[in-house]
Design a protein around this ligand. Structure first.
Ligand code: ADP
Ligand code: MG
Ligand code: ZN
Length: 490
């Protein structure tokens, strides 16, 4: 069985292209002045424009276009100076106008790319287009399960209708489900750094449809693809694609043909099911929206936006490596997760030792967080408190053993390390007078170790230092202890 799978994996190659929708976090909707909302009473954030009333006219939200330009630039696209909106015509009850305002052949951005760090190689994924459109409303299915198939009836909530959406389409450059997942992670982090969307997977403010096909390794001709929907987590994206690749190979191996379909991923069964035979672009009867004038995106504005772009994950990773001296692995770890990276940056503002801060975040902190299934932000340890702890270790005011117990206490209570050290009397003893008394006692009680040291067994000193650390519950400053013993015994 395993051999068969391996043979088939050599015989076929996987080809994936992703279409990602991102809800922008602008104040207002794409073509009207309604505020964006989430989880509010249905149909309370609407107006004649987003309800599609006759005679109402759309007006473009400039902030949304600015976000689109930011995203396109971050993805290395060229910006189209001349860009227009099209109507995409179809019927669905969550869409009051019976068409969606979208972009077709003149999108805001084209011809970009993004580099995906796969650990031992980099996959360059070309970005076909970045375009602007509007979101639909939401159907709420009334019935015991909330699912459409078991609903008694459905109601429509138009609060989301008209929310600005950006669609980001890749070329079919992605070569495995794992690469697809990593692409999503990298794209999401990039968008978070740009501060254009909250990119919540649970709330659906970033969602991807995956187009996938398999082809014989021996040909360049792409196979027929299916488009998979409902991949609303990184894990589902990978799992859904893995299933679909296997299914398509089975179909081809049994002598049948893959049909161009839209399929739905069901996480319960971890399989995909046919939703509909795939529609083609011409089915939508795209035509330029006569209610909207063409957009001119002027070079001056583009340059202004470009010069205000924040540092992006790729540049950040390089800076961590080259200026902060972190290893390849550590730089990638610290730069490629928005939350970790923000936490790291914040901590460095209070204590500028990148290496030791990085070690704490990647070591003890990550271990605790993984164990307790929380995120850095949800933990009670503020970047400032972590900085203070690491500062005390770096200045040798506490040793690593005490640091660990202080850290645990910080994790539980959210208190500052200073408070905990004071409360528990954990401050390191660096006062030589106090230490000498303890050292004299230990020297007296351990004549064997002392004579071993004097006869040239340098290691015996470790034993003596160990006794002193034990006597002070780890509070003695080991370096000072060492110096004093050496002086006393020579
Ligand atoms: P549509 O507009 O009908 O969805 P597009 O041609 O714009 O179709 O392609 C949508 C996505 O499908 C893109 O991400 C593209 O890279 C991807 N794609 C196109 N052909 C294939 C293929 N044969 N296998 C896998 N993905 C493909
Ligand atoms: Mg599509
Ligand atoms: Zn409105």
């Amino acid at each position: 069985m395993e051999n068969k799978t391996a043979d088939l994996n050599n015989k076929y190659e996987t080809v994936i292209g992703l279409e990602t929708h991102v809800e922008l976090s602008t104040e207002t909707k794409m073509f009207c002045g309604c505020k964006l909302s989430f989880g509010e009473k249905p149909n309370t954030y609407t107006c004649p424009v987003c309800l599609g009333h006759p005679g109402s006219l759309p007006v473009v939200n400039k902030k949304a276009i600015e976000s689109a330009v930011k995203i396109a630039l971050a993805l290395n696209c060229s910006i189209s100076e001349h860009s227009i909106f099209h109507r995409k015509n179809y019927f669905y009850p969550d869409m009051p106008k019976n068409y969606q305002i979208s972009q077709y052949d003149l999108p805001v951005g084209v011809g970009g790319y993004i580099d995906i760090n796969m650990g031992n190689y980099v996959r360059k994924v070309k970005i076909t287009r970045v375009h602007v459109e509007e979101d639909t409303g939401k159907l709420i299915h009334i019935g015991s399960t909330g699912r459409i198939s078991e609903a008694d009836y459905s109601i429509v909530d138009f609060n989301r209708a008209g929310t600005p959406l950006i669609e980001i389409v890749t070329d079919p450059d992605i070569k495995s489900p794992e690469e697809a997942k990593q692409y999503m992670i990298t794209l999401r982090n990039t968008l978070l750094m740009l501060n254009v969307s909250d990119c919540s997977m649970e709330e659906g403010s970033i969602r991807s449809d995956a187009n996938v096909s398999v082809k014989l390794t021996t040909t360049d001709k792409l196979g027929t693809r299916t488009e998979i929907k409902n991949l609303n987590s990184f894990k589902f994206l990978q799992k859904g694609l893995e299933y679909e690749v296997e299914r398509q190979i089975d179909v081809l191996e049994s002598g049948r043909e893959v049909l161009q379909q839209t399929r739905h991923y069901d996480n319960k069964t971890q399989t995909t099911k046919v939703l509909r035979q795939k529609e083609e672009a011409h089915d939508y009867r795209y035509f330029p929206d006569p209610d909207l004038v063409p957009m001119k995106i002027l070079p001056d504005w583009i340059n202004e936006i470009k010069s205000a772009l924040p540092e992006l994950p790729g540049a950040r990773e390089k800076r961590y490596k080259n200026s902060l001296g972190l290893s390849d692995y550590d730089s990638a770890f610290m730069a490629n997760d928005f939350e970790i990276s923000s936490y790291f940056e914040e901590t460095l503002k209070h204590h500028n030792n990148a290496k030791s801060v990085c070690n704490w975040i990647m070591g003890d902190f990550s271990a605790f967080i993984n164990k307790n299934q929380v995120t850095l932000k949800e933990s009670k340890i503020s970047p400032e408190n972590l900085a203070d702890l690491v500062k005390m270790i770096d200045r040798q005011e506490i040793n690593s053993k005490i640091a660990k117990s202080v850290f645990e206490e910080m994790y539980d209570s959210g208190e500052s390390p200073q408070e905990i050290i004071l409360k528990k009397g954990l401050k390191q003893i660096s006062d030589t007078g106090e230490l000498e008394a303890i050292i004299n006692e230990v020297i007296l009680k351990n004549p064997d170790a002392v004579s071993q040291y004097k006869s040239g067994k340098v290691k015996a000193i470790g034993f003596l230092v160990g006794r002193i650390m034990a006597k002070t519950q780890g509070k003695a400053n080991p370096q000072i202890v060492n110096e004093i013993i050496v002086k006393k015994l020579s």
